[in-house]
Design a binder for this molecule. Structure first.
Ligand code: IPE
Ligand code: IPE
Ligand code: MG
Length: 237
């Protein structure tokens, strides 16, 4: 059972396992991605129902650019269809949308849709839904360093707070929980800086099977943890 008073502010999800989900059923990988997009919709709506402040979905990594060209084009096509359909739902749920990553590498048509969706939902006050697209944590940190240098920031003015403000996630709440599906136990270049003190939750379930119930299970698991942040247990004070 999820306890409303102990909600994480920001949940990040590495949505992994679409290809294996499809393979197990004898379907082409694209079917897994299609079902994966449906799950993303379900988890976004559950987040909105729960009053979650922020949800970041890892949809396409920097490393994913190395996949076969036909898989990349299928993923981009699905993304385009998805974004085109979603705006209405975002408005209905009062969701604010934002994309993070090295966006210039994305096709023009998707860039235009991202811009349109970000602008149209900018004033919404419900859950912020962030998609990490063409995203890599190291790349994000390097872009922030370059920005600090080119803007002439003084070395003594660079601290954790000001540096966080140069990252793609500037202004978003700290990431409390990172979920990864599909049984892989790694971060795969997701939110490296932001994950410093996030709680991690791994499940063997493939992303297309990650239902709202599984999401609630992950949040309940998070709520049972004691976050010490390097200090001693509160019970010992
Ligand atoms: C996650 O599923 C979706 C993306 C990375 C775009 P995968 O496509 O990685 O599926 P598996 O890991 O091969 O099963
Ligand atoms: C991580 O999944 C990226 C996304 C879910 C978008 P991958 O399937 O690309 O990661 P690896 O290759 O197993 O680390
Ligand atoms: Mg994978």
């Amino acid at each position: 059972m999820v306890q409303p008073g102990k909600m994480p502010q920001h949940v990040g999800i590495i949505m992994d396992g679409n290809g294996r989900w499809a393979g197990m059923r004898g379907f082409p990988r694209v079917e897994g991605h299609r079902m994966g997009a449906e799950r993303a919709r379900e988890i976004i709506s559950a987040s909105s129902d729960l009053g979650l402040k922020c949800l970041t979905l890892y949809a396409f990594s920097m490393e994913n650019w190395q996949r076969p060209e036909n898989e990349i084009s299928v993923l981009m096509k699905l993304l385009e269809i998805y974004l085109r359909k979603e705006l209405e739902e975002f408005q209905r749920l009062n969701i604010r949308y934002r994309a993070i990553g090295e966006k210039w590498r994305l096709p023009e048509s998707i860039l235009a849709l991202i811009k349109e969706t970000e602008e149209a939902t900018a004033e919404n006050t419900g859950t912020t839904v962030v998609s990490a697209l063409s995203y890599g944590g190291r790349n994000e940190i390097l872009r922030a360093v370059r920005q600090a240098v080119t803007s002439g920031m003084k070395a003594e003015d660079i601290d954790e707070e000001s540096f966080s403000g140069l990252l793609d996630t500037a202004g978003l709440p700290p990431v409390d929980l990172i979920i990864r599906t599909s049984g892989e136990i790694r971060i795969s270049n997701f939110l490296l800086w932001q994950a410093a003190y996030a709680e991690l939750y791994f499940t063997d379930i493939f992303w297309p099977d990650f239902t709202k119930e599984e999401f609630l299970r992950a949040i309940s698991d998070y709520q049972m943890r004691e976050r010490r942040f390097g200090t001693v247990s509160a019970k010992e004070f």
